[in-house]
Design a protein around this ligand. Structure first.
Ligand SMILES: Nc1nc2[nH]cnc2c(=O)[nH]1
Ligand SMILES: [Zn+2]
Length: 449
């Protein structure tokens, strides 16, 4: 890959600023895909000389284009993509039992798995997801196939073989405790053996209602012993919370079930956390564990509305997730919109002053980019456009052919970015880069009959 320079408008989040617009800037990408410099355009020539980059290709963006960091989906079930957009409206446990487990059971068929996984990786990339944290199914080989597909497509991915040794509703879709642990170990070894540059295994107990204590403890031990990250679900619906209480009476709360099993660590991301209380948020903070906020899923499954402000004020790392297919959209832009609206609903219910909302579109933008990278332990590598990070980025054009956005002469850059976040879609995402490499899906895949 040759070193390149982009000149134009850049938008990103930093620890200090949720949304920073750099107009008339130049960004240099080195041959290794890392950001070599970000300087005002007026300093470009001097910077090129300093880097000995004479003759490097310089590309100027148009006045309606900008570059932003790639979107980070911290929670998505790749295995549920085939039924995204259907089965909306059932409560969580019924939705799992009536639809989800039956569909996931089909992934022993590698042809079926390959088709679904190829399409979900393609769809998410097209929508600007440069990093995805995926759940597969209990099938190790199919989940390894997902790793392969993500790697070949150039997407950065965390991938988990789902573990579940308890399933009364669909007994055919579960494994023994031994299988869950042995197959997780095999999965981790196999992914490591492949030496993928940007695809990593994640220890994935489905949630406390699908796993016995024995299995959760053993998986906690596996994660610790192998230094692997952990993902699961927590406190999504009240019915689920109540059942966890009756199944694990020895634990004071849901978070404690995971903590006492060795599953609540600084490498953990738990999806949802809609009904977590003060005590539990403090446990998250103490452990350095993260939450993936999936607002569309929470609304679609009538689970409740998470208070992102409360999570952030406890100093808990927070990212956004689509939670396909609980959430019907694989687009992280949709997650951004719903995060903003969910914060409004929570604020209204609590009679908060609207001005006290911490989660406006700027903060939601940060959560969808930098926040996600923090949640997945990737902050040193990606998440924004800081020098030294790998360039995971989107080239956005608000006047692309067929664009759903109308820009007016008086629109400021902040207006334009807001319009993209609230109204834009994949038609506006012209190019997608991971580690400086163009990974934009272009050819249409062959569709199944
Ligand atoms: N939204 C959602 N919640 C879960 N809790 C346990 N499994 C699942 C799942 O597949 N989707
Ligand atoms: Zn989920």
């Amino acid at each position: 890959m040759e070193a390149r320079v982009l000149v134009g408008t850049f938008v990103h989040a930093t620890r200090q600023e949720p949304l920073l617009v750099l107009r008339a800037h130049a960004l240099g990408v080195a041959r290794d895909g890392k950001i070599a410099f970000v300087v005002p355009e007026t300093q470009l020539q001097e910077t090129l000389q300093r880097h000995d980059w004479s003759g490097v290709s310089i590309r100027r963006l148009s006045h309606r284009q900008f570059v932003m960091p790639g979107l980070v989906d911290t929670h998505i079930h790749a295995s549920q993509y085939s039924f995204a957009g259907t089965a909306v409206g059932l409560p969580l446990l019924e939705w799992l039992q009536r639809y989800t487990f039956n569909v996931e059971a089909k992934f022993h068929d590698l042809e079926f798995a390959g088709d679904v996984y190829t399409r979900v990786v393609r769809r998410t990339l097209k929508n600007g997801t440069t990093t995805a944290c995926y759940f597969g199914t209990i099938h190790t080989d199919a989940t390894l196939l997902l790793c392969d597909i993500a790697d070949r497509a150039g997407q950065r991915a965390m991938v988990g073989k789902v573990c579940m040794d308890h399933n009364e509703a669909v007994p055919a879709y579960k494994e023994t405790s031994d299988e869950a642990v042995r197959d997780t170990e095999r999965f981790i070894m196999a992914v490591k053996d492949m030496k993928y540059e940007r695809v990593h295994p994640v220890v994935t107990p489905r949630f406390a209602l699908s796993c016995t204590r024995e299995t959760m403890r053993a998986l906690g031990e596996t994660a610790r012993g192998t230094g692997t990250r952990i993902q699961s679900h927590i406190s999504e619906s009240l019915e689920e919370v109540e059942l966890v209480r009756t199944l694990f009476p020895e634990s004071e709360n849901y978070t404690e079930v995971y903590r006492s099993s060795g599953l609540l660590t600084d490498k953990t991301v738990m999806a949802h956390g809609v009904h977590l209380g003060e005590v539990e948020l403090r446990l998250f903070h103490e452990a350095g564990a993260s939450i993936s906020h999936c607002p569309l899923s929470n609304a679609a499954l009538c689970s409740g509305t998470m208070d992102a402000q409360a999570v952030l004020s406890h100093g808990v790392k927070l990212g956004l997730g689509t939670d396909v297919a609980g959430g019907y959209s694989a687009s992280m832009l949709t997650a951004v919109r719903h995060a903003v609206l969910a914060a409004h609903h929570v604020g209204l219910a609590a009679h908060r002053d609207v001005k006290d909302q911490t989660l406006g579109y700027r903060e939601a933008f940060r959560l969808a980019t930098l926040g996600g990278s923090q949640v997945l332990g990737l902050e040193e590598v990606t998440g924004n456009l800081e020098v030294g990070k790998e360039l995971d980025a989107l080239l956005v054009d608000t006047e692309a052919p067929g664009s759903p956005i109308d820009i007016f002469p008086d629109d400021s850059w902040e207006d334009i970015i807001q319009k993209f976040l609230f109204l834009g879609d994949d038609r506006n995402i012209l190019e997608v880069y991971v580690a400086g490499r163009d990974v934009t899906p272009r050819d249409e895949p062959v569709t199944s009959p």
